[in-house]
Design a protein around this ligand. Sequence first.
Ligand code: SF4
Ligand code: SF4
Length: 287
Amino acid sequence: MINLAIASGKGGTGKTTVAVNLALALIPDYDNVELLDCDVEEPNAHLFLKPEFELEKAVGIPVPAVDHDRCTFCGRCSEVCMFNALAVLKDQVIILEELCHGCGSCAYLCPEKAITEYNRPIGTIKSGSAGKLKFGGGYLNPGEAMSPPLINAVKKMIQPDHISIIDAPPGTSCPVVSAVSGCDYCLLVTEPTPFGLNDLDLASQMVSKLGLPAGVVINRSDLGDDRGEKYCRHAGLPVLQKIPFDKELAGLYARGEAVVSHNREWRRRFKALFSGITGNKKEVSRP
Ligand code: SF4
Ligand code: SF4
């Protein structure tokens, strides 16, 4: 129905707070809302939602193993690997598993069929529900760098007839691109500081390159200056909500609770935020 990514150019802007509150604000009116936590390096949406998990599955990527009895050390596998994950020496093939993206090219193109693949675990996906809200998330193994395949596994849980709210990783690198690609809309959460503005600019460039419609939420809007708003006007990014610093919100955040579950006015504001988004995405309709 709609895949809505919540992203930010930097961490700590309140991206997950917005994602969780937006999802919960829609629950009374919609039966088909799901939140997918794609911030797999630091997943924490479940701390707010406390879902009951019904499914847990290990996720891995296929990495090569070389049969040195068949290998002629021709070097073809090393040539085709775009990620420098293979080095062929005189009588040895060295595989750097951490660099392998599991693309399968080396095994496919090995002339001696000397390469087989095995599954290297990178993390876990879990799914379940928190009341009417469906929940799914990815949990990257500690020390693991290869997050995009896990993010893609989380996104495979998207149900096409749902309002799917995707909590993307912070930043603008590969994991974020994996999380927001293919979404219908990207909501960028920022804060009115020089750092926030710098990272909003990077995030804005990213969504522009991906051709995604986008809008902005300015968190702690009363604590900085108005350069972020000026930037948005100049860049043609609608500011869909400003969230002033609020003691109640901060206190609830510290306790791992969502403000829309306690305060009707905040629920109204987050519903209005969704209306602002769907005003930009006309094909969304109520079930
Ligand atoms: S392509 Fe196959 S035969 Fe050639 S070096 Fe790699 S594993 Fe060995
Ligand atoms: S599977 Fe792809 S990324 Fe991994 S070593 Fe082979 S060619 Fe490189």
